[in-house]
Each structure stands twice: as structure tokens, then as C-alpha cells.
Write a protein that binds this ligand. Structure first.
Ligand SMILES: Nc1nc2c(ncn2[C@@H]2O[C@H](COP(=O)(O)OP(=O)(O)OP(=O)(O)O)[C@@H](O)[C@H]2O)c(=O)[nH]1
Ligand SMILES: [Mg+2]
Length: 584
């Protein structure tokens, strides 16, 4: 049975009264129009919010690549420091152990050299399978150094730091140990793995549970859960358990973790004056220079800060954390929700990889934008590359997002830690060439950094991410490890001695950076399947300072970061790049 329209209860309810006057009708219709306007406004608002939500939800994914020690993790830390401050400050204290380890390890390196020099022996750092011919030895023609009682005392007093190093290493896990050798002898691991290098892939897993986060977590857990451990010992009090004084820390010690940590701090603090005296000692300085040991340029160098760090109350500063060195293992995924700034609420996923040659095989799956299996943290931690897993199965991470390749030019005269036969710069060239030639990446914009931005003055650091936004759209070279490069050149290290093709060019920063950039550009041009735009930007602190003397640069630099629409302007106008970049 059909009801007539007049009988519909809703229609009846909203129908105007039958005796409505003309004035009443005008008022009613105006009210209805106003209600509709408000309703439309609300709908529009909801639509906009949904759109914004959709945009916001799409995370920005960024893959950080580069050889070991090129500064990938330092770059990641810069992101975190700038845009996820809460997480950063929660984590900062846990870096104390890493910084202690970095400090102690450097002291132990000096002590190793000192002992062998005093005994007139060559020194082989750690248990590395170092080629004897590559170990720097003092020239025989020089007179023997005059060691005194003071040096003997250093040996005795700083001896406990060896055990401290081992204790810290065992706490922090594999990431705290630098790789000393590898069976992989190629810089280009991203070709689909041939049977011959599948073995290398097997050596590690893609795992988010073995990186610095986990290393730090281990340390944090130990610090925050003393009571559980203490119960086992039948004594509920963490202090004064009669284990004595600053005796060397034993890795096999069964003492409570909290007191072990206190012991570590105690030993380091008690060695403070000797560390300083050792570093300031002229004979030791002469010995290191004869042996061509430049600890100041090495990752995680903190001896100059030992007064502050070898201290019971020491708490790491932001700079300390960025300078701290802990190797990345496998592939690590980090998620940041930016907690302020223009991109507040935006989720970023950064993928930090291990850069040693034997780790690079793990990068390949991350280039694959053919498949699109969503990758979660959980998934990562259970995903292993094995000889059985076909590479095509590996999943997309980078969709239409970016990739930052960090290549250091400053170690032009250094060797890879994992393969002492390979020059670092040569490895960088090979790496860059294979990334350019990689078909999977042929349409990916690549950001080539020659080091992270960690040594920028603080005010400029906060623009790091904005810079990367810009770089995303370009595929740009950022030459950024100029602090070390310049220091090296100023000390008189000649590039041509390590890079013969550099020839008789001027041995200064500007000439060197131009030369290296040109080389990278040539490699890109001759190896890329699809030509990429190639701009060069100098971003290290030293170059920044130089550039800031140029008002044009400063104006553009600031305008670029502070104006909402500058990014698109810069994109439309390629000459913009030259204002603060270097045309080559
Ligand atoms: N002086 C100087 N030191 C840098 C620079 N970039 C990185 N470092 C230091 O070099 C060390 C290595 O940097 P990381 O960020 O750990 O290198 P990585 O690329 O993550 O290395 P892997 O994890 O082994 O692949 C750290 O102690 C950094 O503080 C730079 O531009 N100048
Ligand atoms: Mg790293």
C-alpha cells in the first residue's frame, strides 16, 4: 500500500504552517537559507579537514644511503633534534654510554701506540687483520722518543680503561664495534644479487632491533630496572653493596647492572686528569704525529672535552649526541611526527642503513618501487634476506619519496675501515656511479650530500628539513663535510698524493670541492639512464660562513626558508640555485 506524500511524517513535520503569512514566510525562508549556509560551511570544513588529514597521513619516506661514517645517522639525528624534540630529549641521556665508549676507546688507542712505542714495537690496533705494510710506523731515521716515569704512570693509571671499554662494548652490543674486514669486494651491491654475493646478504638481516635505538634501550633498561635485578641478589639496595672501589670493570662480573654503570663512571672520572695530561703531553703528541695518527678527525673524538665528559655528573649535550659514533647495523626505520614547524603533525619515516660494503646488499630491496607491500616496523624486525628469498619479493619503501646519498670527500686520503685496500673517495665514486646507473632509481631524485649538516651553527640546523624538502624536488649535490676537508688541506695534506688526477691544481677548499663536484657530475652524466638535474650546494659550516659574507646569498637563503612560496619559485627559476649553490 502506498502512502501519499502528504502523509509522510517528516514532510508533515517540516512543512510550513498552513496559515503562514507572507512576513512569516520571508522570515522562515531567511532562517532556512542561513541554516543551509552554516551547514554548507560545516560540510566544506569537514571536507577540507578530511583532505588535510589524507595529506597528513601520507608519510614522507626518506632513505639515507652512503658509505660507513659518511654521516647518515648524524643526519637522522639532526632531523630528530630539530623536529622531534620530545623524543630527542628523552633519548639524550642514554647516549652517555656511547660517548663514554667513544672517549675511552680513543684513549686506549693512544695507550696502545704508547705501549708499543715504549717497547719499540709496531702497533696493530685491536685484533684487526690489518695488512702490516699499511700500519703507519715511525720512520727509523728519527731518534727514539724520550719516555719518562710519567709515561709509565700513564700505562698503570689508564689501564682500567681497557676493561671499561670491553664492559661498554658488551653492554651496547655489536653496533659499538667497528667492522674490521669484509668478504665483499664491491662498492655496488644493488645489482640484483648474483649467486656469488648472496652469501654476503646472508650475513645480516634487515632488522630494526639491532641499531642504536636498541643499543641505547639496552642501556636504558639497565638503568631503569635495577629493582628486578637487585631482588635476585637478595639485597634491595643499589648502593653500598660492598663491591669496593674503582677496580677495573669485568665484563663477566655478576654485579648488579646499576652498580656496574656507576663503576664505569667512577673509573672514567678517576682517569680524567691522566687523560688530559696524556693528551697534552708533547712526547705523546710527537709519537702520534710520527705514526700519522689523527684522532681529532676520527669519528666520536671527545678527548678535547674530557674535562667535561669524564665526570660523575656528566650529561650529554645535543652536540655531543650528534658527534657520538655508533655504527648502524642492517636497516633501521625511524618514525618521526614533527612536533612543530610548518610540517607539524607530518609523519616522516627515515630509513638509516649500515654503510659498510657488506651491508650494502640490504639497500637494494629499498629501491624497488615496482611492488608496494606496506612495510611496518614489526615486519622489518622479522624480515630476513636469505638466499631463498627472491629479490623481487622485497618491498617498496620509497614510493615517490626521496633518497639522500651521503658521500664524504674529506677522507680522500683514507681507507675503508672494512677493507684497508680501498680508498674512501674511490669507494664513494664507485658508490655514486652504481646508484646513478641503478635502473630502479632512474626516476628517483637523488640528493647527494657529502656529509651531514651537524656542524652548522645551531640557528641554521633548524632549517635542515626545509632544505631537504627543497632538495627532494631537485636532485642536488650538497657538499657538506668541508670542515674536515678544510682542516686537512690547511695542515698541508696534498690531494694529489692520494688522487693523482688532481694534478697541480691549487690545494685549497674551493678548488678541491669544485674538482670533486665536477667528478660526481661527470659520473652522474655518463651513468644515469635518465638525466637528472644536478646542482651543487655547499652547506658545511665553513662554507656557510663564507657564503654569509655575500649578502645576496644570505637574502636568498633566508627568503628560501622563511617564505611559504619560495620553494616553488626556486623550482621554476633554476638560477635561484646558483645564488647559494656553486655553478659547475
Ligand atoms: N667533523 C665532522 N664529523 C662528521 C661529519 N659527519 C659525520 N661526522 C662524524 O662521523 C661519525 C660517523 O657518522 P655516522 O653518522 O655515524 O656515519 P654513518 O654514515 O651512519 O655510518 P654507518 O652507520 O657505519 O653506516 C660520527 O661520529 C659523526 O659525528 C662532518 O661533516 N664533519
Ligand atoms: Mg649509521
Amino acid at each position: 500500500m502506498r502512502r501519499s506524500l502528504d502523509e509522510d511524517p517528516l514532510t508533515l513535520a517540516i512543512a510550513p504552517p498552513p496559515d503562514e503569512t507572507y512576513e512569516q514566510r520571508v522570515i522562515r525562508e531567511a532562517a532556512e537559507a542561513e541554516a543551509k549556509r552554516i551547514s554548507d560551511e560545516i560540510d566544506e570544513q569537514i571536507r577540507k579537514e578530511r583532505e588535510a588529514e589524507k595529506k597528513k597521513k601520507k608519510p614522507v619516506k626518506l632513505l639515507l644511503l652512503g658509505q660507513s661514517e659518511s654521516g647518515k645517522t648524524a643526519t637522522l639525528k639532526n632531523f630528530q633534534l630539530t623536529y622531534a624534540r620530545k623524543e630527542w630529549s628523552e633519548e639524550r641521556a642514554a647516549w652517555r654510554a656511547v660517548i663514554f665508549l667513544n672517549l675511552v676507546r680513543n684513549v686506549n688507542v693512544i695507550m696502545g701506540h704508547l705501549s708499543s712505542e715504549m717497547d719499540d714495537l709496531p702497533y696493530f690496533p685491536d685484533d684487526s687483520s690489518e695488512d702490516i705494510t699499511m700500519v703507519p710506523r715511525p720512520p727509523r731515521a728519527l731518534a727514539r722518543l724520550k719516555f719518562t716515569e710519567k709515561h709509565k704512570r700513564f700505562k698503570v693509571r689508564l689501564e682500567p680503561l681497557v676493561s671499561v671499554q670491553h664492559a661498554l662494548e658488551s653492554r651496547l652490543g655489536t653496533a659499538s664495534l667497528e667492522l674490521k674486514s669484509t668478504s665483499v669486494n664491491t662498492a655496488a651491491p644493488f645489482e640484483p644479487p648474483a649467486p656469488s654475493n648472496r652469501r654476503a646478504l646472508q650475513e645480516f638481516s634487515i632488522n630494526s632491533s639491532n641499531g642504536w635505538k636498541t643499543a641505547l634501550d639496552k642501556f636504558r633498561t639497565l638503568r631503569h630496572t635495577p629493582s628486578r635485578q637487585e631482588n635476585g641478589n637478595g639485597n634491595g639496595n643499589g648502593n653500598g653493596n660492598g663491591n669496593g672501589n674503582s677496580s677495573p670493570i669485568s665484563t663477566t662480573s655478576r654485579r648488579k647492572p646499576k652498580s656496574e654503570e656507576e663503576d664505569i663512571v667512577e673509573v672514567i672520572a678517576s682517569c680524567r686528569d691522566d687523560i688530559k695530561a696524556l693528551w697534552d703531553d708533547d712526547i705523546v703528541g710527537e709519537m702520534l704525529s710520527r705514526r700519522k695518527v689523527r684522532l681529532e678527525d676520527a669519528p666520536g673524538f671527545f678527548i678535547n672535552d674530557s674535562d667535561r665528559i669524564a665526570n660523575r655528573d656528566y650529561q650529554p649535550t645535543d652536540d655531543d649526541v650528534i658527534r657520538a659514533r655508533l655504527r648502524t647495523l642492517g636497516v633501521q626505520e625511524y618514525r618521526f611526527i614533527f612536533d612543530h614547524g610548518r610540517t607539524m603533525g607530518q609523519e616522516w619515516r627515515l630509513y638509516d642503513v649500515g654503510g659498510t660494503r657488506n651491508s650494502r646488499g640490504a639497500w637494494y630491496p629499498y629501491f624497488d618501487d615496482a611492488a608496494s607491500i606496506p612495510l611496518t616496523h614489526h615486519f622489518l624486525s622479522h624480515f630476513h634476506i636469505s638466499t631463498a628469498a627472491p629479490v623481487s619479493f622485497h618491498c617498496l619503501l620509497i614510493e615517490n619519496n626521496g633518497l639522500i646519498l651521503l658521500l664524504a670527500v674529506s677522507p680522500f686520503d683514507e681507507k675503508l675501515a672494512e677493507d684497508r685496500r680501498v680508498n674512501r673517495l674511490e669507494d664513494s665514486y664507485l658508490l655514486w656511479r652504481s646508484v646513478c646507473a641503478c635502473k630502479l632509481l632512474s626516476r628517483t631524485q637523488i640528493i647527494l650530500c657529502t656529509s651531514p649538516i651537524q656542524f652548522w651553527p645551531q640557528p641554521f640546523r633548524s632549517h635542515l628539513v626545509s632544505l631537504f624538502f627543497f632538495l627532494f624536488s631537485h636532485g642536488i649535490t650538497v657538499l657538506n663535510k668541508c670542515d674536515l676537508l678544510q682542516a686537512k688541506l690547511q695542515r698541508g695534506v696534498r690531494i694529489r698524493d692520494s688522487v693523482p688526477s688532481f694534478g697541480d691544481r691549487k690545494n685549497d677548499l674551493q678548488t678541491a670541492t669544485r674538482y670533486f663536484q665536477q667528478h660526481f657530475k661527470e659520473i652522474s652524466r655518463s651513468n644515469s639512464h635518465v638525466q637528472r638535474p644536478f646542482y651543487v650546494h655547499l652547506t658545511s659550516v665553513i662554507v656557510c660562513v663564507t657564503n654569509f659574507r655575500n649578502p645576496g646569498f644570505l637574502k636568498n637563503f633566508l627568503a628560501f626558508f622563511f617564505r611559504q612560496d619560495t620553494r616553488s619559485t626556486a623550482l621554476k627559476n633554476p638560477s635561484c640555485g646558483n645564488t647559494y649553490g656553486v655553478p659547475i
